[in-house]
Design a protein around this ligand. Structure first.
Ligand code: CNA
Length: 251
């Protein structure tokens, strides 16, 4: 316990002395809100298979994806941010982090109050018709119900797809360029709740390291970049954020 507290103080000192700290989050940040991650034993892959976000599979069998979407994506809209999201919003408010890059598609960082956010894998809030281009903003209950009642077909009868990046698709260029710029200019780079195996997101800490940024990794379980971290916290994020909240004002 004392050792962890000591390491957290080192982390906080680095954060407070930094000028351009950037955070990269992954699915683990939203697990305490009730959204399962991909790769844990109770994760989405265990239930739906690894290819559920594969773009070829989507075109081959869209209804399989839509069945998953009812249970695994639309339900994300009912979920609330947790302590980790709120702490990150507070750190931005205090000027301690300059940018927040997320691989998550649930929109919870924006709901929690972060403003400088790069959603590099898109967001489930928007669904687009693949034929006529009609856009459905599904935080609007009428749009959501329309899609649910029509098995995700547009009013023109064609397939719709959420505005998220499937495996086999390009990332949204503008969002990723912003994230890359932040990473390349960062002096402290923090990753939270990500296994760092999905590319090109996992490249971002490497851009930061090339700029001599210090890397801090907070994740339950190993990541391929652990050996490059100034400190790796293999700990639960809620526990970690509780420490930060307790110590942040005292340093
Ligand atoms: P991942 O590969 O599933 O890794 C998540 C990591 O978080 C794992 O190493 C877990 O051990 C760790 N973890 C889970 N809970 C906690 C916790 N409470 N404390 C500390 N660590 C924890 O997911 P990545 O984000 O690395 O992979 C990127 C994918 C996942 C992106 O394409 C996302 O779009 C996608 N995804 C997003 C969501 C979401 O939007 N909430 C949910 C599931 C998957």
């Amino acid at each position: 316990m004392e050792k962890v507290e000591g390491l957290i103080k080192i982390f906080l000192t680095n954060l407070k002395n930094s000028k351009r700290a950037v955070v990269l989050t992954g699915a683990g940040v939203s697990v305490p809100s009730g959204i399962p991650d991909f790769r844990s034993p109770n994760g989405l892959y265990a239930k739906y298979g690894q290819d559920i976000f594969d773009i070829e599979m989507f075109y081959r069998d869209p209804d399989r994806f839509y069945d998953f979407a009812r249970e695994g994506l639309i339900t994300m809209l009912e979920v609330q941010p947790n302590k980790v999201h709120y702490l990150l919003a507070k750190l931005e408010d205090k000027g301690l982090i300059k940018g927040l890059i997320t691989q998550n598609i649930d929109g919870l960082h924006i709901i929690a109050g972060n403003k400088n956010v790069a959603e590099i894998h898109g967001s489930i809030r928007i669904w687009n018709c693949l034929k006529c281009g009609k856009r459905y903003e599904i935080l609007n209950i009428d749009n959501k119900n329309y899609l649910l009642d029509n098995n995700f077909r547009c009013s023109c009868g064609s397939l719709t797809k959420p505005d998220i990046t499937f495996f086999g698709e390009m990332l949204p260029l503008e969002e990723f360029s912003k994230a890359q710029r932040w990473a390349e200019n960062s002096d402290v780079f923090i990753t939270m709740g990500t296994s760092l195996v999905v590319y090109p997101a996992a490249q971002l800490p490497i851009y930061a390291l090339r700029n001599n940024a210090k890397l801090f990794i907070i994740n339950k379980g190993e990541t391929p970049l652990d050996k490059y971290a100034t400190i790796k916290f293999d700990t639960d994020l809620i526990e970690f954020c509780t420490y930060i909240e307790e110590l942040i004002d005292s340093l």
